[in-house]
Write a protein that binds this ligand. Structure first.
Ligand SMILES: [Zn+2]
Length: 261
């Protein structure tokens, strides 16, 4: 079979598996954001490859001196890097919209994303866990409550949580910072209850994210991988779609519609 026919066949199989699953969860990585023009961190054209990895002391600085951290962070924001500019200019792509549509039609229960760019929300997804946070939110370091960054007052630095008075920090998870507890708990819950896991645009090497599909598989879930290249999960995936998510996911939605679902 030609590569195109292999992809078409895999999409048909994927739609059939999705149609008979009860609880579908998706793990989404940087590949989906890259299709919206957001540069990846690692890899040939990665931001870190080109400009070096960010400093590892941000989390330590925040714990030691949250005021100094906020001052440095606001100064960075004022410089407005190319990376920040590309994040703000990015729009959801056909893959994001297809996931939102699958959720609206009851074919997808939850999206776990490694991306911080807010594109799932903007595309209309509702049940989302952002394991690395969201760059447009702040999070309370005491109670875990979240707010839009644009709605909080920065008259006082560091800003404080209006619920509990704890320090607020940008929701984006920094190097050395633990994944927020509520997010982690939700991911493990999804891995336990899903009977199908979609793994989309992620090389599945960053832990703990890489663990969730493996855990789900151990609990009897099927795995569908949508990625341009082989990953650590390819060998255990039940269906492998070697295509861009922005092509594959709308094609799956079309198949589901064709079945009257
Ligand atoms: Zn709080």
């Amino acid at each position: 079979m030609t590569a195109r026919l292999v992809v078409e066949e895999a999409i048909r199989t994927a739609a059939a598996v999705i149609a008979r699953s009860r609880h579908v969860a998706a793990l989404v990585g940087a590949g989906l954001s890259a299709e919206s023009g957001i540069p990846t961190f690692r890899g040939e054209d990665g931001v870190w490859t080109k400009f070096g990895e960010p400093t590892f002391d941000g989390w330590e600085l925040f714990n030691h001196d949250p005021k100094a951290w906020w001052e440095a962070s606001l100064e960075n924001a004022a410089q407005y890097s190319d990376f920040a500019r590309s994040l703000d200019a990015a729009m959801p792509n056909a893959g994001h919209y297809a996931l939102a549509e699958m959720e609206q039609h009851g074919h997808l229960a939850h999206v776990i994303t490694q991306n911080i760019d807010d594109l799932h929300r903007r595309a209309g997804s509702r049940h989302i866990t952002e394991i690395h946070g969201n760059r447009y939110l702040v999070r309370c370091m005491t109670c875990g409550g979240r707010d839009r960054l644009s709605t909080i007052s920065l008259a006082r630095i560091p800003p404080l949580c209006h619920e509990c008075g704890g320090y607020l920090k940008n929701d984006t998870v920094m190097f050395g910072e633990p994944i927020p507890e509520d997010a982690l708990r939700e991911c493990y819950r999804q891995a336990a209850i899903a009977d199908l896991f979609l793994v989309i645009g992620t090389s599945a090497v960053v832990y703990p994210a890489a663990d969730f599909p493996i855990m789900a598989k151990r609990h009897g879930a099927a795995l569908i991988e949508i990625n341009l290249d082989d990953t650590a999960l390819t060998d255990i995936a039940d269906v492998v779609i070697r295509a861009k998510a922005g092509d594959a996911l709308p094609a799956i939605v079309e198949q589901l519609h064709g079945r009257g679902l």
